[in-house]
Structures are given as C-alpha cells and as structure tokens.
Design a protein around this ligand. Structure first.
Ligand code: FUC
Length: 816
C-alpha cells in the first residue's frame, strides 16, 4: 500500500522544459520517479539506503523493532601524513629497469620494478552503527514501506503496528552538518525507543550533559584486505600523528515522554514525537598535517522545522538543475527491487533508467562535499574495517570515473574536493618524483588516500608492477581541472588553480619521457593497467615501453596545456617544450586484428576480455581520438571494444557505455547500460565479470564499488549530449529504446547549459543558456531554427549544424 506523506499530497506536477510545459503528470507517477522504495526492511547492507551531506554518511536499513543506521565520516581514515622517505634506494634501479624494458628483458623488468615500490595506502574506515530499538506492542507489522526520496535527500520508513501509524525519517543536513532522525506516530505517547551505537573501531562511550557520545582514536595503520597479515589493524595510542581522533555525539529533542541516558545510550519513553541529532567529526587537519586537537564538531541549535527547510533548500538547489525523461513509462506501483527483477528479464522501464541517472547525481551530491576528500571507492559509505581495496582512491580508472558525470550533469561544485586532493598530491607527488626517480614535477601512482600518498604501492615488492608501479595517475587526474574549466570557462580558476597543477604534472611527464631507438619519445617503464601481454610465444610480461594509454595521457595533457596557454597567454618557453615533446610522442598503432594496439608492439593479452580498456583512454575520457577527426583510429577502437566483449565488472561496463556512446553507437551503449543495471546480490570479489547493481542501486563490481554508478550516469549523459569536438552534438548516440524524451540542464563544454526534447529520435526543441560568451555550434540529425534570430542549420556530410555567437545570460531557443 502506498502511504502519502505531507510532501507528496496529490499535486499536479508540471515539468517545465524549454520554457513551456511539454510534460504534465500527476504525482504518484511523477513524484515517484525520483524515489527508490521497498516493501520490506533491508536484510543486508547493499539493500540499505544511503544518505549523506558529502561528509557525514548513513546507511538506513529501515528496520521496525530494531533499526540499524550505518555511520560514516569522510575524513575518518587510518594512518597519518605520508612519511618523508619511503624507499630511498628506489631510484638507483631506474637505469637498469629502463635498459631491461628497452632490451625486452621483461622478467628482469618485473624484478627491478618491484624494488622500486613503496607502501600500501591507508584505509577508509567505518565509524560505526546506530542501533535503535523500538518497543512496540505484539501486533503484526502492516503497511510497511521504506523509501529514499532523491530530490529531498531523505530516507523514510513507514509502518503500522496495533493500529498506530509510525514514521521515521533520516536526512543529513549540509547547512547544519548533522544527521537527523525523526520519529512521528499518530497516537499520543506511543514512542518508546532506545538509541545506542556500536563501532568496529576501539571506542569509549559516555553520557554527558544532555548528549551521548562515542569516541576513539583510529588505527595508525590498516593493511589492505588482500594482504595476509597477523596484525592487520595497528593502533598506536602514543603517536598523535598517526591515528585520527573521532567523535559521534547524539542528542534528542522530544515532544512528551521522558528521556534518560547512561553509558549504554539514550532511552525515550512515551514520546509523541522525537528528533535525534547525530553529529560526527574528526581531528583531520588536511593531508599534509598531523591530526591535532579535538574532533571538529559543529554545534547545532536550530528548531527541526528550520533545519528541514534549510536542508531542502540546499539539496533542491543542486538536484533541481536537471530533469530527465527517457520516454513514457509505466512506473506503476512496483518496488524498486521488483522493477530491477523485471528489467533483468528484458522489460522496458525508461523510468528506472532515469532513476538510475538521478541516483548517480544524488550519490555525488551526498558524497563529494568535503575539502580534500573526494568520493572514494565507496563514495562515503563503508561498513568494513578492511574494506575491499581499502575503500581508497584508485587512480588508474576508479577515482577519475567517480567524476565523469560531475560537470556534464550540472554538479560542478561537487568537483572541488578533487582539486583539494590534487593540491596536496602536488606536494607529496613532488617528493615522490624526486625520491623514486630523481624526476622533476610531481607524480601519482595507482593508489592514493586522504593523506595524498603519491609513491608506488606494493609494500616493497609484494605488488604486481602492472598496477603497483604505474606512474601516470597525476597526469590523468589533472584532466579534472581542465574539464572544470571547459565546462565553466572560469579563467580565474584556470590561471590560479588548474594551470599550475597541470604544469607540475606535465613537468614530471617531460622528465619521464625518453627517446627510443628511433628518437620517438616513450615512457619506460610503462604499464597498461592492469593487463599482461604475451611475448616470445608463451611468456607473460607486464612492464614494457610506451603503452598506448601512457602515450594517450601524455598527448592529452600536452594538448590541454597548449589550449590553456592560448587562453591565459605567456609561459611560452614551457609550452614550446610541451609542444615539441607532443610531436615526438610514439604514435598510435593499429594492430594485426585491426584493433588499437595496447602495447608498443602488437602483443596479445593472455586475457583478451580483460576488464580494463586502458588503451582506449584517448577516445574516452580523453578526446584525442574521435569519429569525426580521426575516423580510422576510431574504427580501431571499435575493433578493440568488440574484441574485449561486453562482459565486465561494474565500472568496466560503465566505461564501455561511454566508449560506445563516443563511437555514436547508441544501441550498443544501451546494451552495455542494461547489463550495468543487472540485479545482483553477489558480494564476493569477481575480477572478470558479474557487474551490475544491488537492490539499493549501488554498483556491483562486485563487490560494491561506486565508480560504476558514476560512470553509468555519465554514460547516459554521453548518449544524449557530447561536446568534445568543438561543438554540441545533441543526441549523438540515442538508442532506439529512447525514441521520445527530454532533458533539462545538461552541460556542454564551452559552458553551455542545454535543454532538449525529442520525438522519433529527432530533436524537436532545444534551449541553450551560455555561461560565457562564445561561438556555439549545434549538431543535430535534422535541421533546426534558432528562434528570433532567423538562423537555420546547414546540412553537412554528417547531419546539420547551426552556428551562432552566444552571449552569456541570453536564452537561445531552437525549434523545428
Ligand atoms: C582496479 C581494478 C579493480 C578494482 C580496483 C579497486 O585495480 O582493476 O577491478 O576496481 O581497482
């Protein structure tokens, strides 16, 4: 049964697209679109519903007599600042390693690379669980429903016992930096609740004056879950610099009834309404400083109603920038897990697809608002002390994928935590470049953490070089800065933040490149994350020379700098060096199968369906290869994708959605996207496939990894709007399944905010709102007219193009 809450009263929703109302619907259809819901409590973590304000996170199970809310805080990690010296011997092996790869002595290369490894990253930690018990009569539970309303960023649980209607709402306020849990019931004095908490971390609990608290000092180190260790979780009470201190503080406001507290928690008897405020904080002081002093806790002193109103204003500001309709949908009354099950059987559900898209935006808003702490491998939601891959930042695809939708899906502000981390990485990465290679600039390898670890990982020889030694993380991550500029045209940001960081990453690359026998610039050693190659018949190697991804990253970075130089002017000497180096880079190669070659030589892989598609970097996320500008290379990419196949882990399929979209193969992109939405309950690590979604729509690698959610969201955007070729391409890869639809608020490079509506696969109306002045070229499959200016699109060999001089602040309406 569906129970309406106050905010869901039957209202007529008008979705305003293109300035006039083209879609009208009544709620319980429209309002449900941005809602996940279920008719039973979560039994396992991947059924629980995530809430968060970008720093404080909660996982709401929706229990009746016993409720569990997982608690997280974005800065609660093990460890402390990166030590000054990690492996001072490393650099002495570089000349021999270079010689080995040039001479194709790959076993020797692997052996030497292991000598150049550093330490494991630290781990993102779970703070604990709120454990709530509600005393109810012995009657059966009826009318149960739990839901996550994405637009309002609130999780609700509703049920009826012995004729009493109960509700519990959980949200995390960004303006007030607090988690709020609110109970109501429709019988006076019916709320009898005890509230306590547990933690896997060492902790102390105490009842203070009007509050209840749990606090502790995090471990000085936690070993990754894939490392065997007798002592994986190390506490060090005497070292203030290693071990973040953390606090969780709870207080309640009640209407009616009696509240008591002791060390075990809070007891509420006979209340009619109850609000629980949970503050959380740590004494993290930034990547480069020792944690210090008391945990940072914001004091809140606001009536609930104002806090709720301020929360709504905050989340609506971001969420409402975008709407998406992918066609008529029979949303019906099915619960989200039932819809997923029907979808897995091949059912059409464009509403579910749009919900998944908005969920990605919701997750980014909820996990990426803490300076210096971007969304990690699990966003901010983690229940395990030794989470898979330490729930850290993996920079050979995963952390970058987290931010693929951020600009295009109109959440530019959520990008800032990445820039903060990059500032810190430029410092630690400079030390790493010097210590490990004697190189200039700054470097990041395959993992980083809240302390901005920049050295190789691997614990001095235990990691496989194909991932542990990969040194291109920084050069890839600075793409985020450049993209932020392209979407915002913020030249102050470009000058003061982006350019210096991009330049530092490029200085490393310039120092790292060496000439091969023919004088072409190559990276050596070089890995294609995380794939192996077969050479000399049956031998398997991993470290070689000039992988295609390395060359793509260098080319892309130099190009971005040269473009940035045109905007900013100056720095001509450095830019000339970058330009010269770019010309000498080892070029892309097409292999014997017509594929884009992955390595310097046309080596096959022992795992032809490997989940990584590192060599296709230059098509997406970068744009060095394009159907329009480099059609032959685009064909080679297509061949490579065919050879890799459509299976994969969650993030692998999400990457392929974007790649197929860039190839303008909408139906193939859509096929991959459907696989990404395949319902699974598998939690065991699978490196070869099995990706999909859990009942709560979290991406399954498996296990849970949030990158697939963000990559999938970006993939939908990429099917609807692209802007990498100096123009806006509307519906560049529209699948047949989305014959009709509309979006409002996608963003294109150049800083154009775009709305569009389409029928029978053709754009019928569009609105463009420039954030900056500039030439706007709009490519569509059919002709359009620019209303009011008497301009029409011109036929080209490939669709129609409409060009006009766009002015910031003006609203341009295009129609048939
Ligand atoms: C990379 C991937 C794995 C996993 C890990 C976190 O190493 O190859 O599949 O996503 O990151």
């Amino acid at each position: 049964m569906y129970i309406y809450t106050i905010m869901e009263k039957r209202i007529v929703m008008k979705i305003r697209i293109l300035g006039f109302c083209i879609l009208t619907a009544t709620t319980n259809v429209t309002a449900q679109e941005n809602r996940l819901w279920y008719d039973a409590p979560a039994k396992i973590w991947t059924e629980a519903l995530p809430v968060g304000n970008g720093r404080i996170g909660g996982m709401v199970f929706g229990g009746v007599r016993e409720e569990r809310i997982g608690l997280n805080e974005a800065t609660l990690w093990s460890g402390g600042p990166v030590p000054a010296s990690i492996n001072p011997e490393a650099r002495q092996y570089l000349p021999a390693l270079r010689k080995a790869v040039m001479e194709e002595d790959y076993p020797e290369a692997d052996r030497l690379a292991r000598k150049m490894q550093g330490v494991w990253s630290e781990s993102y930690l779970p703070l604990g669980d709120l454990v709530i018990r509600q005393e109810l009569g012995g009657g059966a539970v009826s009318d149960y429903r739990r839901e996550l309303n994405l637009r309002d960023a609130v999780a609700r649980t509703l049920y009826r016992v012995d004729g009493v209607q109960y509700s519990r709402e959980v949200f995390v306020s960004a303006p007030d930096q607090v988690m709020v849990v609110r109970w109501t019931c429709d019988r006076v004095g019916a709320l009898n609740v005890t509230i306590g908490a547990t933690s896997l971390l060492r902790n102390e609990k105490k009842a203070g004056a009007g509050y209840w608290e749990m606090n502790g000092k995090a471990p000085a180190h936690v070993e990754p879950s894939y490392v065997e260790s007798d002592n994986p979780v190390v506490y060090d009470d005497n070292n203030p610099c290693r071990g973040i201190r953390w606090t969780m503080r709870a207080r309640v406001a009640n209407k009616g009834g009696l509240v008591t507290m002791d060390t075990s928690g809070i007891t509420v008897k006979g209340a009619s309404e109850l609000v629980l405020y949970v503050s959380m904080g740590t004494n993290f002081k930034g990547a480069l400083r020792c944690p210090e002093g008391e945990p940072n806790m914001q004091v809140v002193n606001k009536p609930f109603e104002r806090m709720w109103a301020d929360h709504l204003a905050d989340v609506h500001k971001y969420f409402d920038r975008m709407e998406l309709r992918l066609g008529e949908t029979q949303i019906g009354m099915s619960a989200t897990d039932e819809r997923l099950a029907a979808y897995a059987k091949g059912g059409a559900d464009p509403g579910l697809e749009a919900l998944y898209f908005q969920y990605g935006r919701y997750l980014l808003m909820s996990s990426s608002r803490t300076p210096g702490a971007p969304a990690n491998l699990q966003g901010i939601w983690n229940a395990e002390l030794r989470a898979p891959w330490s729930s850290n930042y993996t920079s050979n695809i995963n952390v970058q994928m987290n931010y693929w939708p951020v600009e295009e899906c109109n959440l530019s502000e959520m990008h800032a935590p990445v820039f903060g981390l990059l500032e810190a990485l430029a410092v630690t990465g400079k030390r790493a470049a010097e210590e490990f290679y004697g190189a200039p600039g700054w470097v990041v390898h395959h993992n980083t953490d809240i302390w901005a670890l920049a050295t190789p990982v691997g614990d001095k020889g235990k990691g496989e070089p194909k991932w542990a030694n990969w040194p291109m993380g920084g050069a890839w991550m600075v793409r985020d800065l450049w993209e932020h500029f392209l979407f915002t045209r913020d030249t102050v940001f470009l000058r003061s933040t982006a350019y210096p960081l991009m330049k530092g990453a490029a200085e490393f690359v310039l120092g790292w490149l060496v000439p091969d026998a023919e004088g072409r610039l190559v990276t050596a050693p070089s890995m294609s994350p995380e794939n192996d190659f077969i050479y000399a018949d049956k031998k398997v190697g991993d470290v070689s020379v000039a992988t295609t991804m390395d060359m793509g990253i260098c080319r892309d970075l130099f190009d971005a700098l040269l473009e940035a130089g045109k905007v900013l002017g100056g720095d001509s000497e450095f830019l000339a060096r970058a330009g010269e180096a770019k010309k000498k880079l080892f070029p892309y190669q097409v292999g014997s199968q017509g594929q884009l070659q992955e390595w310097y030589k046309d080596y096959p892989s022992p795992d032809p369906h490997h989940r990584h598609v590192s060599h296709l970097y230059s098509l997406y996320p970068a744009d060095e290869i394009s159907v329009a500008r480099t059609p032959d290379l685009a064909k080679a990419v297509e061949k490579s994708l065919e050879l890799r196949g459509d299976e994969g882990t969650g993030w692998s399929m999400a990457w392929k959605v974007n790649l197929w979209a860039r190839l303008r193969e909408g139906n193939h992109a859509y096929r991959l996207f459907r696989n990404l939405l395949r319902l699974t309950r598998e939690n065991d690590i699978n490196m070869h496939g099995g990706g999909g979604v859990y009942p709560n729509l979290f991406d399954a690698h498996p296990p849970f990894q949030i990158d697939g959610n963000f990559g999938g969201t970006a993939g939908i955007a990429e099917m609807l709007l692209q802007s990498q070729d100096g123009e806006l391409s509307l519906l560049p890869a529209l699948p047949d399944a989305w014959e009709e639809g509309a979006f409002r608020g996608l963003v294109a490079r150049g800083g154009f905010v775009v709305d569009a509506g389409w029928k029978k696969g053709k754009v019928t109306t569009a609105v463009i709102r420039p954030r900056a002045d500039g030439v706007c070229r709009v490519r569509t499959a059919g002709p359009l007219r620019l209303k009011g200016l008497g301009l029409g699109s011109k036929k080209t060999t490939d669709g129609w193009v409409l060009t006009f001089n766009a002015k910031k602040g003006v609203r341009y309406v295009l129609g048939l």
